[in-house]
Design a protein around this ligand. Sequence first.
Ligand code: IFM
Length: 456
Amino acid sequence: MAFLNFPDKFAWGAATCAYQIEGAWNEDGKGPSIWDTFSRLPGKVSDGSNADVACDHYHRWQEDIRIMAELNMNAYRFSISWPRILPQGAGKINAPGLDFYDRLVDGLLARGIEPFITLYHWDLPQALHDAGGWPNRDTASHFAEYARIVAERLGDRVTKWITHNEPSVVSLLGYFTGEYAPGEINPMGTFQAAHNLFLSHGLAMQALRTTAKKPAQVGIVLHLRPVHPATNSELDKAAAWRYDGVINRFFLDPVFFGRYPEDTWKLLEIIMPKIQDGDMEIISAPIDFLGVNYYTRFVMRHDPDTMLIQAVEAPPAESEYSGLWEIYGPGLYEMLTRIQKDYHPAQIYITENGIPVPDGIDWDGRLRDYRRIRYLRDNLVQLHRAINKGVPVLGYFHWTLLDNFEWSHGYEPRFGLVYVDYKTQKRTIKESGRWISQVIQQNAIDPDPGPPFFPR
Ligand code: IFM
């Protein structure tokens, strides 16, 4: 089979998040975030851990950049910790926090790795949570000011900006199910939080564009999953469409159409947000690119006992589980072509895609994560297919560079291309890391999987 070539100048890299890798949770003037607080509450993180140290990236960033260069990466998506810059969320700036990211950006550029900065990857300053958090509209203006401060410092070198990572997860898991920080079960605040996140996205976009010295290209990252009905029955199809409204369309429509989906609004009317005049115009100002995080799909069936939905597992013969989620490669193609058809973003980046595998180092020091390679190949073939269909995807970021703190699952799931021994902080590049470095070098993949589990 012929190699599949990716477009010229394709961005290849990995994505990370400040709280999940940096550690140094209270160093150099950093303030506490909601995750510092939440992870300390008994029972909130399955292995009782937190990210006080994590991968110690705050001190080992130079080594981590060297690893990215060794893997041939030309781009890196990372997030900035808001409470490192503004310990109270607003007001006094913490200069050492800005200095850290300044050094990081310079270090990346010196190796020819383009920084893609995410401003919010879930570590809200605790002080802002105490003042009401995302359900409080004021948080949106504080976020815009934080964006301005960062752009003023880094906007002479950085051109790719992401306002938010996965507002659906922030609002639904943070304020509805309470599984993630701040851990509220607050249906009335859930969609208000989502609306304020969108508002903050629009306001921050204005701040970035007016402040950064180099023309800022700004996007937002959404976690998107196809939702399939468990059967062909009309009831299951309706259940799937309802769920699609809650997890996909509620987060796409405001950005692209300046309104929330009518069916979802009607369904959840009593908990829908309060919107002020002008909000939707701010929210739907054109973005430069959409970031797509793709992991898996949902399969839904109708349940007469629940108002909304009931999730069911896909039949085992058609699926494989990574421990957390079903592995479903075709979903990436399906999602991308659907986004293109319904929303027409000018540019798309795959900002996350990955799999947790129970990795371990073999007797010879190698880490043979063939399941991750298979996942990667399957997804990259689907991505190539979508690009061939005309979907304007300009880059791919694997989730993630280093094994790290996986939120309420603690350190057990390992998503990295690089294994981290948390006792010693030793990094070991996995076979998947070697594999993707070849793909990047060739800017192409060999779609032939070879014998099962053995990559060629
Ligand atoms: O680890 C997370 C990341 O922070 C956001 N997207 C999904 C990843 C895997 O669960």
